[in-house]
Design a protein around this ligand. Structure first.
Ligand code: PLP
Length: 412
């Protein structure tokens, strides 16, 4: 198979693709380091959605006219783009959802409620986002299952020996993230799926932070479900996708019901549509799906390893410069991380830090990052988090540390 020629990595040319980056905030050029919360959108994504509304807008499927046919074609082509992005075996295994949160809720309520019973076990980790905790807590309450938690070590990595000992013949579901939003830790999903499958459990991967930074191949990971959010992979909000193994999806009941997800409705009984439509009740987010397809198409021009190498360089620069900031403590020291730099500074509350950096045009996120159990475990109220994307530059990282030096001097 011939390898398509990739666009050479040129950060300045890439920045020109993202119109929002070129602006002043509080009198300074914007430095956008809140990419783990949501990433910025290239012009091609904005334009794909505008064009759809200007030229194509129509409802999808079953349309008896040209616009509807075109809208359906573009909408389904975007699904194919997602299939390719995840290397899923088939397009039937790609379900449109609003984002990672909805994807996980779908699995919990559809797979979980129909497969779990009292005494069964669900395993999550100490390192999860609330989206990958609360749906499982609710499922446990509904079914009488027990929730178990994989502990972490000092570097904020999963304790894999402890994970092995948590697996029992009652384990039904293991739900972990591909990469942590709060600390950046990359989790060993392949090993987790191997061990979980040996124990007879399925694996649900929260891919919200994996999809933007890592090569995702659901067949290689061998996971049973993988959910991610469009808005974190340079696409729009309100759309994401859930990959599910076909035999599991086939056996699962619908999650939501109404139009689109049915085959035939009568008052004596209703039959459901085939995959993937069985899980897509109501008019879908058409423009957003097309926007996400455009984002994945944009990403495809690049060698993902090159993007990751650039992000690693940004993280390494931050780690090096942080050693010179008095009182700064890095939180989460896993050697294998996506580009998330989470830190606290002695005597400064993270929310004050956020405000002070914002005054210098630097956008970071502060607080518990929707990972309160992790913060509680670490004994801190929260952190300041700079999360880098491939359009960020070393110069911007240096600006962050120049600003931090100023702030620390002011408060010393
Ligand atoms: N999981 C992780 C690791 C996340 O970082 C996020 C969002 O920050 C989510 C889940 C939830 O994603 P969304 O709000 O797009 O559904």
């Amino acid at each position: 198979m011939t390898q398509a020629i990739k666009r050479p990595f040129d950060v300045n040319a890439i920045r020109d693709d993202f119109p929002i980056l070129n602006q002043q905030v509080n009198g300074h050029p914007l430095v956008y380091f809140d990419n783990a919360a949501t990433s910025q959108k290239p012009e091609v994504v904005i334009e794909a959605m505008n064009r759809y509304y200007r030229e194509t807008n129509s409802n999808v499927h079953r349309g008896a006219h040209a616009l509807s046919d075109r809208a359906t074609g573009e909408f389904e082509a975007a699904r194919d783009q997602v299939r390719k992005f995840l290397n899923a075996p088939s397009r039937e295994e790609i379900i449109w959802v609003r984002g990672t949160t909805e994807g996980i809720n779908l699995v919990a309520q559809s797979y979980g409620r129909s497969n779990l019973k009292t005494g069964d076990e669900i395993i999550v980790s100490q390192l999860e986002h609330h989206s990958n905790i609360v749906p499982w807590q609710i499922l446990a309450q509904q079914t009488g299952a027990n929730l178990k938690v994989i502990p972490i070590n000092e570097q904020v990595e999963l304790d894999m020996a402890a994970f092995k000992s948590l697996l029992t013949e009652n384990t039904r579901i293991v739900a972990v993230n591909h990469a942590s939003n709060a600390m950046g830790t990359i989790n060993p999903i392949k090993e987790i799926t191997r061990l979980a499958h040996e124990a007879g459990a399925i694996v649900v991967v929260d891919g919200a932070q994996g999809a933007p930074h890592l090569e995702v191949d659901v067949q290689d990971l061998d996971c049973d479900f993988y959910a991610f959010s469009g808005h974190k992979v340079f696409g729009p909000t309100g759309i994401g996708a859930l990959y599910g193994r076909k035999e599991l999806l086939d056996a699962m009941p619908p999650y939501q019901s109404g139009g689109e997800m049915i085959e035939r409705v009568s008052f004596s009984g209703t039959t459901f549509n085939e995959l993937p439509f069985k899980f897509e009740a109501g008019t879908p987010a058409i423009a957003e799906s097309i926007g996400l397809g455009a984002a994945l198409n944009y990403l495809e021009q690049f060698d993902k390893a090159q993007l990751k190498a650039h992000e690693d360089q940004l993280l390494q620069t931050a780690l090096k410069l942080s050693a010179d900031v008095v009182g700064l403590k890095l939180i989460g020291k896993a050697p294998d991380k996506v580009s998330v730099f989470s830190f606290v500074v002695d005597g400064l509350h993270p929310s004050d830090m956020g405000t002070l950096l914002d005054q210098q045009g630097i956008a970071v996120r502060t607080g518990h990052h929707c990972a309160q159990p992790l913060m509680e475990y670490l004994g801190i109220p929260g952190t300041s988090r700079a999360s880098f994307a491939f359009y960020n530059t070393v110069d911007e990282v240096e600006k962050l540390f120049a600003a931090l030096q100023k702030i620390v001097k002011l408060f010393r």
